[in-house]
Design a protein around this ligand. Structure first.
Ligand code: G1P
Length: 291
């Protein structure tokens, strides 16, 4: 069965990025000139997703406005003859069908996914977390979908991270099927470094099947008192095979200030309209610091 639906949990409070996220959603922080969430929506669309559900919460209206038609803005751009910008702005609203549901309480990622149950129905679906911006030739979700099509089971995006950072992630133990594809045999949410089963971290892209819902429904709170998707996946892995994919591409943790800064520099160096000048500027600043 084709994967046409994706769930975007966006109810998080963005505490790692305060004070910028005090009154505006972290998903709307701009990487150069596009909000983070737009990069992730574009990744989903490029992978063939046709319907997106935002699991949203209080203070997230800017996301809805961003993907809606802005009548006044479009009229103004038309009047001024700014046709390229008009097209760009309109495309955002026409890119994909978007649905919204509110997660009334911040009870964790697993709980957010459970809020998508009716939208998902009885189909496989994707989950994309907006903090992880993945710069890849083939969209990361597309890489996961290739694995799903071949192995017909849930697939998690994996990345090897330095052991001193492993406690920031869900961590897996996994057996290699190929050099990039694994069968996951154990999962732990944000383990202590000495208890981590490996250096392989779960990154914010998943292909899941509806079998996860009855497990999530009964899932007890785990790490941080939250209903954890990782814990539910561990239970599911006892009954059916779960796969991991070491994706190709560069991942930026944009929910973190330093990660966001690195992503901005990286993306700016790729933008033809100003990359030469920006690179010169960076070089000059670095030279001055060394003096
Ligand atoms: C969530 C997941 C975690 C995963 C991470 C990837 O954690 O619970 O397993 O490794 O996303 O970004 P969060 O960063 O939302 O706390």
């Amino acid at each position: 069965m084709q994967v046409k639906k994706a769930v975007f949990p966006v109810a998080g409070l963005g505490t790692r990025f305060l004070p910028a996220t005090k009154a505006s959603p972290k998903e709307m922080l701009p990487l150069i000139d596009k909000p983070l969430v737009q990069y992730v929506v574009e990744e989903a669309v490029a992978a063939g997703i046709e319907q997106i559900l935002f699991v949203t919460g209080r203070g997230k209206r800017a996301i809805e406005d961003h993907f809606d038609i802005s009548f006044e803005l479009e009229a103004l751009l038309q009047e001024k003859g700014k046709n390229d910008t008009l097209r760009e702005v309109r495309d955002i609203a026409e890119m994909v069908n978007i649905f919204y549901v509110r997660q009334k309480q911040a009870m964790g990622l697993g709980h957010a996914i459970l809020c998508a149950r009716e939208f998902v129905g009885n189909e496989p679906f994707a989950v994309l977390l907006g903090d992880d911006i993945i710069d890849a030739e083939k969209p990361c979700l597309g890489q996961l979908l290739d694995v799903y099509r071949k192995y017909r089971g849930p697939v998690l995006a994996l990345e090897k991270v330095p052991m001193e950072n492993i406690s920031s992630y869900g961590c897996v133990r996994a057996n290699g099927i190929t050099d990039r594809i694994f069968e996951v045999t154990d999962l732990v949410e944000k383990p202590k470094r000495e208890e981590a089963p490996s250096d392989m971290a779960i990154i914010g892209r998943y292909v899941l099947t509806p079998e996860i819902f009855p497990i999530l429904e009964r899932q007890e709170p785990g790490k941080g008192g939250e209903i954890q998707l990782t814990d539910a996946l561990l239970k599911l892995s006892k009954d059916e095979a779960i796969y991991g994919c070491l994706f190709e591409g560069i991942r930026h943790d944009c929910g973190d200030k330093l990660g966001f800064l690195k992503a901005t520099v990286d993306m700016a160096l790729k933008r033809e309209e100003f990359n030469t000048e920006f690179e010169e500027y960076l070089r000059e600043r670095l030279c001055r610091r060394q003096d």
